[in-house]
Ligand binder design. Structure first.
Ligand code: GRF
Length: 196
């Protein structure tokens, strides 16, 4: 077994990517094979549905509410304290809707990974599906990438491509992309864990 590399997952909402990661960790025995249990799920929003899901599965959860902090630096410092309590090898952003400070990114350099619902470097930022449809893209998709201080930037670890179909709506496209996110995120993470 490799050195311990526990995983902390950051969410803001429904947490379906987090759930896919937790289920992959159990099914593929990440704790036993790689010393990589999912140690905690942390949300910046107290009402994030994913928190209850994780708690029901016996995973430690925490809330670091961004509205309770004066600025980005104060929030990121509190977030880092909550994360570091679990001594993680990896910090996985899974629908975590906050822009992180360069100091936060530097603290977890090389250990911070994100999933973004577009084929980066196309469409960083928000409303990716709406923009892809408006541009007339024939394909869309999702990207797992390392996090840098630049938003939705950084080395690409995995991508999935889905078609954009005539008459597509952002909601329909989002659902098509999301089902692929649940495949590529666990796959990309397992590849990282295997390298240690
Ligand atoms: C996903 O599409 C993710 O790529 C994006 O926000 C969505 C979050 O979904 N950043 P979930 O919370 O993982 O269900």
């Amino acid at each position: 077994m490799s050195a311990r590399q526990p995983i902390v997952i950051l969410i803001s909402g429904s947490g379906s990517n987090m759930a896919a990661l937790v289920e992959a960790a159990q099914r593929r025995r990440w704790a036993e094979r790689f010393g990589a249990p999912v140690a905690a799920v942390i949300s910046n929003r107290p009402q994030a549905a994913g928190l209850a899901w994780a708690r029901e599965r016996g995973i430690a959860t925490a809330v670091v509410d961004h509205t309770a902090h004066a600025d980005r630096d104060a929030f990121d410092t509190a977030l880092a304290t909550a994360i570091d309590a679990h001594r993680p090898g990896w910090v996985l952003l899974a629908g975590f809707m906050r822009i992180l400070t360069p100091a936060f990114v530097a603290r977890y350099a090389g250990r911070l990974v994100n999933i973004h619902p577009s084929l980066l470097p196309a469409f960083p930022g928000l409303k990716t599906h709406e923009r892809a449809i408006a541009m007339g893209c024939r394909v869309a998709g999702a990207t797992v990438h390392r996090v840098t201080a630049e938003l939705d930037h950084g080395d690409i670890l995995e991508q999935a491509v889905v078609p954009v179909v005539p008459g597509d709506t952002p909601e329909a496209l989002a659902a098509r992309v999301l089902s692929q996110e649940h495949v590529i995120y666990p796959r990309a993470v397992e590849a990282l864990l295997a390298r240690g």
